[in-house]
Design a protein around this ligand. Structure first.
Ligand code: SF4
Length: 159
């Protein structure tokens, strides 16, 4: 394993959690800036594991148990899949899977970047850009409990 730069203790922990999932030599790039032209999105991924044949986005979450991690809300999954697409386009290596890691909880699991999830992310990004271009505020979610943790609470017409 190679490190892309000097690492902190929590990054060392992250590396130890990632290692069992990657059977070959890899480089871990921390806080990797990524961009997707196809989605029209960019961002910074917590880490990306690069092998000769694949790029694997690594997303760090605060949840401390595997059960909680596996029950992640859809928006977290969508975020990770969007990162996977951006990682693939940035590093020019296929992203077939993603890793979700809780450094605090010492747990990690992987899930497949499936064609169905990719399709969902492409559809949502088109919808996002349509909203931006038409300057139309999207309808509130029918699932009210989502609002309690929403970043846009302050601006939303529902509240
Ligand atoms: S607060 Fe508004 S934007 Fe946020 S989830 Fe609820 S309806 Fe959606």
């Amino acid at each position: 394993m190679r490190y892309a730069k000097v690492v902190t203790p929590s990054q060392m922990q992250l590396m130890e959690l990632v290692k069992p999932f990657i059977k070959e030599q890899f480089t871990l790039v921390f806080e990797a800036p990524v961009v997707s032209r196809t989605l029209g999105l960019w961002g910074k991924v917590d880490a990306v594991a690069l092998t000769k044949s694949e790029s694997i986005p690594v997303e760090v979450k605060l949840e401390t148990s595997p059960e909680k991690l596996k029950k992640m809300a859809l928006h977290h999954i969508v975020q990770v899949i969007a990162y996977a697409v951006a990682v693939e386009e940035t590093f020019k290596l296929p992203a077939k899977r993603a890793l979700i890691v809780s450094v605090e909880g010492g747990t990690a699991f992987e899930f497949s970047v499936s064609p169905a999830l990719r399709e969902l992310v492409y559809r949502l990004s088109k919808e996002l850009w349509r909203v931006v271009e038409e300057e139309k505020i999207p309808r509130p979610t029918p699932v009210k409990k989502r609002c309690s943790a929403c970043f846009y609470r302050k601006f939303c017409s529902r509240l």
